[in-house]
Design a protein around this ligand. Sequence first.
Ligand SMILES: *Cc1c(COP(=O)(O)O)cnc(C)c1O
Length: 372
Amino acid sequence: MTGNPADRAGAILEVDLAGIAANWRLLARRVEPVECAAVVKADAYGLGAALVAPALAAAGCRRFFVATMDEGIALRRVLPEAAEIAVFNGLLPGCADDFIEFGLVPVLNDPGQVADWRSAALRHRKGPAILHLDTGMARLGLTLREFDRLADASCRPDPIRWRALISHLACSDEPEHPLNRTQLERFIAARRCLSHVPASLAASSGIFLGPEFHFDLVRPGAALYGVNPQPGCPNPMRQIVRLKGRILQIREVDRGQSVGYGASHVMAAPGRLATVAVGYADGWLRSVSQHGSGRVGGKRVPLLGRVSMDLMVFDVSGVDPAFVRPGGFIELLHEEYGVDAAAADAGTIGYEILTALGRRYLRTYSGAPRQC
Ligand SMILES: *Cc1c(COP(=O)(O)O)cnc(C)c1O
């Protein structure tokens, strides 16, 4: 293969690893002396866990959370042995020995998983695990009743080495929501039964509900990657992704010309259009059709018509033609239009914008820690 991949890429995604580390440090300082973990599930929210997690480890992070065992196995290969990797989705039947072999910590979500892990811990003479208590989300974790039963039995010697007791908030991005306090009170009450075990309730937004939500360990994910943990307030986090889409073609069009599938946009005046090599197959959600935008030559340019699978069209009539030429770029994510802004235009949340980011993008990483 000859040539530079950057020359033929349809889009370039730049990930700022130093920015992610800075975001982690900002949260870690905010909760001090409480420990700050990092959630790197779904390939670090789509940004590449193999590079993101070591950058966080170099910044001082010691505890990592993933969703699945396979994510944990992949992460084990790139993190120092001392780093703890916990798997939110828990212990599937028949997987206990693999958890031990790969040095992963299961988050145990029901009494059956606790029983399975107990026998594995006896067999292997080790068994670190995290216990997940459901305080109001009805998703994963032991119910309060199941937890009470377990706590009664936990006076007996237990082969499981409990690394943490966790619960997860359903509404932490809405500070006034009454469920936050209800979950907090339930967690405090339950915690008394396992008072020697470090407790963790807050993810990104939970950190901003105040110190009483911090306990011993916080587990941010989205905020590390630039999502605003306090929607509606100024975002304290750095934007860490930039995305630019390649201009494939420029055309002049007449008034009355329709643009794209369904002819959903019709030009009200003559204009100049730029066709860009990013579409919904790249995770640029079709729901931004008609109201998305990009930036070129410092100017905002509206997206016209529908997003296609591999393409979309911008109105660049108002931009100096020197800035818009085939082979050039239109910026799709940048410091003034971050993942939350894109999410607002797509009718979704920043989390989905990040995890949808396409596999066809040429990815470049800056600010990687120096290897020692
Ligand atoms: C995803 C997740 C987190 C991280 O949440 P963010 O809102 O991305 O910070 C923390 N804890 C649990 C249980 C999760 O599932």
